[in-house]
Structure formats: structure tokens, C-alpha cells
Design a protein around this ligand. Structure first.
Ligand SMILES: O=C(O)CCC(=O)C(=O)O
Length: 264
């Protein structure tokens, strides 16, 4: 193992549902990811298919904003792009995941590059990731979320509700915003549900549990706020085929260790 967590870091993750490691990724690697995200975001390379792109929901088609600035996010890109795949298998990140999941057998569930463009970069409302990834059990996947830019309150940094992962699945992702409010708001009123804003320097990585309630603000700055989220799970996780509302995913890729029969 290249990167060993202290007992205090592990305890903090289990208590709070997230762990921040500052400056985990070296400047050269971040620069490479920044350049590649601009090329992909500006549609200058063609190995990432259009099916991997999602446009901001509230963008007016008549708007004078250039098309590449309307991109909300790209997903499932590491399977097409070597630079992002190299990041997914970055030893330091996978070492952390391995210690937090307490296994050496790890697969990638999915990955997402959040572009959060200026002006149109929208808020991401409170949610739990496992409420969308309904068919994967156990519901303890971990997202390694790498800051490609500096993250501030102004440009819409991540927001976490520490400890919320310990309360199970609290609302389905398909719930309306009002319904989610109904479910989450009573929780937010307790003192222990204070919101933590996660301001980060580029190169820092935030690891969060798939049941942690989180979101991010609107981008009120004049520049893109790019964050790359890779979602990891145990190779021993299983997919419940009876679940009908789960996203259709490409084949899950092995990141470290081995795979198991009848598992993901
Ligand atoms: O980057 C963001 O703004 C939100 C990220 C997020 O919700 C996630 O990675 O699960």
C-alpha cells in the first residue's frame, strides 16, 4: 500500500460518512486531467460518445451561450478515455478506497465529470447516491471526488450533512424536490445535521459514502468548476435483478483484485 490511513481518519469516515484528503493528487496529474476535461467538454475529441453527455436542465435553446458551456456533466468516460482511467486506478485513491471498504477487491460502478459552467452551472439538490443506484448492495459504495479546480462557496462547492449515511436510504431519487424536502428537512432541523461546506484546493480528494446526504450550490463565479467523481464498490457487491428502476450500466470494470461469480 502506498497510502496508509490513520485510525483517526478511518474513524472519522465511519462517523461522518466522508473523508477529505488534501493535495492527494500531484499537480502534473491535475493539469493532465484539466486539459483532458477541457478537450472533452469542448467536444474536441471524439472517443467519448455523445451518449455520455448531459446538458444543463434549464438552458434555453435560444440562449446565446456556446453549446460547450451548457454541458452539465459527462458520465462513464473512464471506459473510453485513458487519462481518466489512469486516474480511476491511481494507487493512492484505490488504497484509500480499499481501506475504507476493508477489501482489496474493487470495481468501478461509474464515473462523472461535473463541469458546473459559469452562469448556467446549476445547484445539485440534496440527495443520496444509493437512492439512484437502487440495485447495488450493500449500499456502501464510495465516491472519490477529485477537485480539478479550487472549490469555493461562490463556485458551488460540495455540501455534506455529516453522519447522515448512518440512517439508511431516506428518499428515492425519483422523488420530487418537494417530497425530498419533506423527508430531509426534519432531519436538517436537528443540531447534529448541520451542513458542512467542502471548500477544497485543486488536487484534493473528497471520499463520500453512497448514503451520505449531499449536494452542491450554483456556480456564481465566472469560471468552470470541474470535479471528477469516480464511484467504487466491492467486487463482492451484488446486483438485485428484481429492481426495475435502476440505471442501465455498462459492464463494471475491475479496478483492483479479483471478481467473484454471481457478484457485480
Ligand atoms: O459535483 C457536484 O456538484 C455534485 C457531485 C455529486 O453529487 C456526486 O458526486 O455524487
Amino acid at each position: 500500500m502506498k497510502y496508509l490511513l490513520s485510525e483517526a481518519q478511518k474513524d472519522s469516515y465511519f462517523q461522518k460518512g466522508f473523508l477529505i484528503i488534501e493535495n492527494l493528487i500531484c499537480k502534473d496529474d491535475i493539469r493532465r486531467l484539466q486539459l483532458q476535461s477541457e478537450l472533452i467538454g469542448d467536444n474536441k475529441i471524439d472517443h467519448v460518445p455523445v451518449s455520455s453527455t448531459q446538458v444543463e436542465p434549464e438552458v434555453n435553446i435560444e440562449s446565446p451561450i456556446e453549446k460547450n458551456l451548457t454541458l452539465r456533466k459527462l458520465y462513464a468516460i473512464a471506459i473510453y478515455d485513458q487519462i481518466f482511467w489512469n486516474h480511476v486506478v491511481n494507487e493512492k485513491i484505490v488504497d484509500v478506497i480499499s481501506q475504507l471498504l476493508e477489501t482489496k477487491d474493487i470495481k468501478l460502478y461509474d464515473d462523472q465529470l461535473f463541469m458546473k459552467n459559469p452562469e448556467v452551472g446549476s445547484e445539485i439538490y440534496w440527495h443520496q447516491d444509493s437512492a439512484s443506484w437502487t440495485d447495488i448492495f450493500p449500499r456502501d459504495l464510495i465516491t472519490a471526488w477529485t477537485a480539478l479546480d479550487d472549490f469555493t462557496l461562490e463556485n458551488g462547492c460540495l455540501k455534506f450533512i455529516p453522519g447522515s449515511h448512518r440512517f439508511g436510504t431516506l428518499g428515492l431519487d425519483s422523488d420530487s424536490r418537494e417530497r425530498k424536502m419533506e423527508r430531509f428537512l426534519p432531519l436538517l432541523k436537528f443540531k447534529q445535521w448541520e451542513i458542512e461546506d467542502i471548500e477544497l484546493d485543486s488536487g484534493s480528494v473528497s471520499f463520500h459514502h453512497s448514503l451520505l446526504i449531499h449536494g452542491s450550490g450554483k456556480n456564481l463565479s465566472t469560471k468552470r468548476r470541474r470535479g471528477y467523481a469516480a464511484h467504487y464498490m466491492r467486487s463482492l457487491s451484488w446486483k438485485d435483478e428484481r429492481v426495475t428502476n435502476a440505471p442501465v450500466m455498462p459492464k463494471f470494470c475491475q479496478v483492483r483484485g479479483q471478481s467473484y461469480e454471481n457478484c457485480v
